[in-house]
Design a binder for this molecule. Sequence first.
Ligand code: RAM
Length: 932
Amino acid sequence: MSIQSLFNKMPCYINGLLLLILTSVAGCSLNDNDSNRIAQPQSLKINEGFSNPLGFYDAKPNFSWQLPASSSVKAQSRYQIKVVSKPELLSQSADLWDSGVVQSEQTTFIEYQGKALDSRQKVYWQVRFWDQNQQVSNWSEPAQFELGLLNNHDWSAKWIEIDSKKPIQLNQYKTPIHIPQHLRTEFNANKTIKSARLYITAKGVFEAFINGKRIGNDILTPGYTPYKKRIETLTYDVTPQITQGLNAIGIQLAEGWYAGRFGPKRHWHKKLKLTPKVLAQLEIEYADGSQQQIVTDQNWQATQNGPVRTSGLYDGERYNANVELPGWAQTGFDSSDWSGVKTSNIEADVLLQPKRHFTSKNKQLLPALSVNKVNRKTIFDLGQNMVGVPKIKVPMKQGQTLKLRFAEGVNQDGSLYTKNLGSAKQLDFYTAKQDGIVEWQPQFTFHGFRYVEISGYDTEFKPKLDWVTGVVQYTDFKMTGKFESSDPLLNQLQSNIEWGLKGNFLDIPTDCPQRSERLGWTGDALAFANTSLYIADSHAFWSAWMQSIREEQFEDNSIPVVVPNEVGEIAQAGWSDAAVTIPWDVYWRTGDKNILAENYEMMTRWIKYHQTQLNNGISEMWTVGDWLQPYSQREDSRRGETDHSLISTAFYARSVEFTLNSAKVLGKIDDVKKYSTLLAEIKTRFQQHFFDQGGRLQVGKQTQTAYLLAIGFDLLDAATTKKAVPHLLATFEDANNHLRTGFLGTPLIAPVLEKVGRTDLAFDLLFKKTYPSWLYSVTQGATTVWERWDGYTHNNGFADKQGSLNHYAYGAIGEWIYDRVVGISPLTAGYKKIRIAPLITEHLQFAQGEFQSVYGTIKSHWEKTNSGLIMNISIPSNTQAQIEIPHLNKAVYINQQRLTSDRFEIIERNQQHVVILVEAGEHQIEVKSKDL
Ligand code: RAM
């Protein structure tokens, strides 16, 4: 019987004593009558959004749920959680933890306070709540989780790799070509099997098979972490795959991020000695209670003579079907010509930790939209710049080798543009063993591309669109945000921003996914984090990457610019500050205090490092500056014209401010005092040093970014800010009201212009179609956000300074589009209190969007009408919203009722808008002439 059905049969339960206590504590009667029960809580999750995870990483989890969407349920007044070790105990007494009835509105991140949990433990839990009228709900459907192997000592397996006698080949760069391996063993499972788990990871990337069947559908596992500190492990339920009797297990292993040619050339030598290895532990539990472990050890066998001849992240995959190994992961396979394996022990100082965010998967299929012959080459266009691999279905003749080339763009003559790939070849090859249709998808590589060129197929056939499909691969999160407006170009920009996320969130946040870089650049992530938190359920993704940042923090307290660190001992302002800003952003958008608690020490250490870079209160920290500012006259034009010490001092203040905010949330009173004083001092010093009495910048060039940082980060006092505004605006006028900002200034443009009362200018810039601007790239055919505003132009083709066509940093404008054009943003952390405040602009007739918050879906739609405006707002249970209604000096109706203070809670009314406070539910607002 499934757990679900077991629970459906259970009677609802409330402990009589508890009821008694509760009734007296609450001073009201709790309605426990079945017929009056309200709908149960739903969407049960643990930690950063995991539902029913297997191989979970945290023995001290926290619980979240959502209240049912119902017109009567507005809020939670109490809850009760039960946590048990066996499903049947849910109807009896909770053996692990019973929270008791807790008087609280909190439905998110409630800490487990029960008995200690251990590796492999199965845990079941349930929750119920009381609504605002003390009506109790049914118990939720039970949820469950199972812990992975939490400690290195849980592993008895050893790392294994082929014991090859052949010298490792080198490529043209003199770095090793690690030929992918197949590793296998057979084992007997003699008794009736109750359950089986495969715990597995690799130094490299792997795919596992049992009795010929692929285990799971994850790609490029285990993913990319600072391997010297931590390697993530995966857990799979393989109960159905194991048969009583003889079984076979096989693992394919390739170099991946760990051992491959990856990262900047100057650091390749550090990897020369690394070879791919795999670690696996299969644990079988029999019906009679006995257990068996099958582990990677010296008894395995390996070969490098399989069909995947080479596979690297940058260079692509080469497959030869003539050397396939049919049945290699099944029993009875003749492996007499396979080699033995070398074993190595698990290192005590490399943490083996269950993966703490979602794995990457094949997420979407993109059919080709056109196929053309260009210079006798066959080129497919998928219509969308994407990241992943191709899936091919191509007719071939025996012995032919199909060559696949990939590019983000095509030259004027239609041929592939690959100059921007650096040394990343992005080439796949497939050699056919017989005539016929070949179906294939590479396993251990990924490419950034929109166009696929193929050659080497059976030319008797005319190419068809279904020969090539794009398999889009990224971290397996749900898309949580939607946006649409009356402007098709703005909608395309939004789509480009979303594709920037899909393309660069493959296990870690990367700067770009196609060229020989693909690194976890902190500055790009700092710019884009808030936008990503709207678009996708990226909470776990960021928390996991923050752990990597913590692990990479240097002894001198500085933070590398790239994480996992592939570039050496470099820290820089505006990049490394991600260590502070991202935990804060994630907290603000999710309400999860744990991310602050986990990273707090790192933040304070980073502040200490900042302090070592001060000269008389002004920072001299290294920075590449306002990266890629257009029209920069600096010698290295990429580095922007804004004074570098201004940037570094501004980010010092920013990091102190966010650390201070975190200290407040975490209740660290001494630190609150310390950082408040410090922040005030930094601001004073900043203003004195960089600005004159008239609010004009007195150090370095008058740049937009200098003013944007000063005002956006609140570094000037109120009077000086006011005086600085005309100077800020002058920098835009000088640029003919275009932006002149790079990675650091661009995200601040719209919020700062709004802050200084020039929302009109913010919208002008957002809707500008001439270079440089967001929509300029859109008019030039962009389907993703580019590294440079003019990465490609219809008139001049690709930019001389070849850039990535999939770089999410400028997509940071998304934050303002969602917060202020759709109008959904948090007023308190996690959207417990929501601000609905769309800015109505002459550029749009309507805009709408929705966001799946931790409390449920928030929706905002506004549309101009002949007589005024309609707004449709949806607010999830257990939250409240402040809605800012642009009254247009007309009458305001809410759900057909005239807005009056006796009917509604009016918080503020001014010339522009009236602000009301509403509870959960649907709210239709009409602003119209009084007589209509
Ligand atoms: C480039 C990266 C990244 C940027 C750094 C400074 O190589 O692409 O986007 O943050 O440099």
